[in-house]
Design a protein. Structure first.
Length: 72
């Protein structure tokens, strides 16, 4: 979570190599959650520590998020 500080240009430190991709994935996931109640519920469960972040790696979800990224 601390890596989110890197969205601010003045944040010092080394950004992870995949930071831009991770940021774009998160934005697309948020857009998808705004349209799909099941994805919204999943993101709420992860944010409330009811499910691990690893659920975001589900292949079907990843494909849907990548489609949103491609459409943007």
């Amino acid at each position: 979570m601390a890596t989110l500080d890197f969205v601010f240009p003045d944040t010092r430190g080394q950004r992870p190599a995949d930071f831009e991709t991770t940021l774009r994935f998160g934005i697309a996931l948020t857009r998808l959650a705004a349209e799909d109640p099941a994805v919204h519920k999943l993101t709420a469960e992860v944010q409330n520590l009811l499910k691990p972040r690893s659920v975001y790696g589900d292949p079907a979800l990843v494909q849907r998020v990548l489609a949103v990224m491609a459409a943007a």
